[in-house]
Design a protein around this ligand. Structure first.
Ligand code: NAP
Length: 357
């Protein structure tokens, strides 16, 4: 990439917000350049690979326009062959469904490509918003300069922070049931899921297809998940809630990896060991803002602040934020996509006001 080229708009991130921004910016003839993230081991471990969190989920039941039904034939035709998820063509046993997270993301990406967005599979590792045009540094493709920037880097899963948890990452500890749940080490074995929100309940329900039993360890005596997902999980005979408890230690050996967890009751302080070949952590998220190095205003939880009501402007003029990187409240695919659209419109109007068409 030439270090001299000045882009009209660079979009950082490749979840629903990034692709919606790319589609709208491309259709506004802004010729957007999208950094979709790098395919690296550290991104895999952190859960920050291209296509974002939706790419780590199963069925998406609440994205408007994708009702349950046999859409596989349409999906097979809509995506280029090299990007078709394998189950579209190969897995006849999959039930008819509306759309999965990975399918939805591939469709959004393809739609952005069809509209003219250019994509670089790389991370932006640093930015300089003090100079204009802005300067962005990538991991492997040098620097790029941009008149406007849309930050749509989303958020990533949190871990408990135990040393023993770190030790068994990739050897039984995971934050993504969909990525890892079907591995042989988890099949027909007891598993633990930590958390009480939609993610935890979704992971537990998904894992119950493989596991002999799923223990849902939650620090309170009721879930914060949506009612429909809660009811489904609590009616599942392969899911056992472990209320008012937290994981104190991950237990294991160098040879076997994780073999269990020690949970502590928050009611009476007693501990007990639960045998488990896997622990899936689903306890919330951290926004992906490290590369910004404090150059945009953030709130107490680290999410980018939108200072203008109903606008995607940030504390730096010409820099816009979209999706979960600024949203610690709704955090839905549809709200992320909507703010991606808004960010492209905001960027277009701002560029136009600067005389950049
Ligand atoms: P969340 O709603 O913030 O829930 C996090 C859970 O982890 C809470 O139950 C919390 O406990 C627990 N927790 C937090 N820190 C903990 C710690 N250090 N130790 C033990 N437990 C801890 O996060 P989420 O489940 O990832 O959901 C995020 C958003 O995505 C939500 O808006 C959700 O609706 C959405 N989502 C939707 C779907 C879907 O519709 N299919 C699927 C997944 C996520 P407390 O309850 O005590 O705070």
């Amino acid at each position: 990439m030439s270090s001299q080229a000045v882009e009209k708009v660079v979009i950082v991130g490749s979840g629903p917000a990034g692709w919606a921004a790319a589609i709208y910016a491309a259709r506004a003839t802004l010729n957007p350049l999208v950094f979709e993230g790098a395919i690296t081991e550290s991104n895999r471990l952190m859960g920050t690979l291209p296509l974002g969190q939706l790419n780590l989920t199963t069925e998406v039941e609440n994205y408007p326009g994708f009702p349950s039904g046999p859409l596989r034939e349409y999906l097979a035709g809509a995506l280029p062959e090299d990007r078709r998820p394998f189950w579209i063509l190969d897995n006849d046993k999959q039930p008819a469904h509306g759309v999965t997270g990975p399918e939805l993301m591939e469709l959004m990406r393809q739609q952005a490509v069809n509209c003219g967005a250019r994509i670089i599979t790389d991370d932006i590792t640093a930015v300089d918003f003090s100079q204009r045009p802005f300067c962005l540094t990538s991991l492997e493709n040098g620097t790029v300069h941009a008149q406007a920037v849309i930050v749509a880097t989303g958020a990533r899963a949190n871990y408990l922070g135990l040393a023993s948890e770190e030790k068994y990452k990739n050897h039984g500890v995971s934050a993504c049931a969909v990525c890892d749940g079907a591995l042989p080490r988890f099949r027909n074995k007891p598993l633990v899921v930590v958390g009480g929100g939609d993610s935890a309940v979704e992971e537990a329900t998904y894992l119950s297809k493989f596991a002999s039993m799923v223990y849902l360890v939650h620090r309170r005596d009721k879930l914060r998940a949506s009612k429909v997902m809660e009811q489904r999980a609590l009616a599942n005979h392969k899911i056992t809630p472990v209320w008012n408890s937290h994981v104190e230690e991950c237990l294991g050996t160098d040879q076997q990896g994780l073999i269990g967890v020690r949970v502590k009751s928050l009611v009476n302080g007693s501990t007990r060991d639960i045998e488990a070949s896997g622990m899936f952590v689903a306890i919330g998220h951290t926004p992906n803002t490290h590369f910004l190095a404090g150059q945009l205003e953030t709130n107490a939880k680290g999410y980018v602040v939108w200072p203008k009501s109903h606008r995607t402007n940030t504390s730096v003029e010409g820099v816009f934020a979209a999706g979960d990187v600024g949203d610690d409240y709704y955090r839905q695919a549809i709200t992320a996509a909507a703010s991606g659209c808004q960010s492209a419109l905001d960027a277009e109007r701002w560029l136009s006001a600067q005389g950049i068409e």
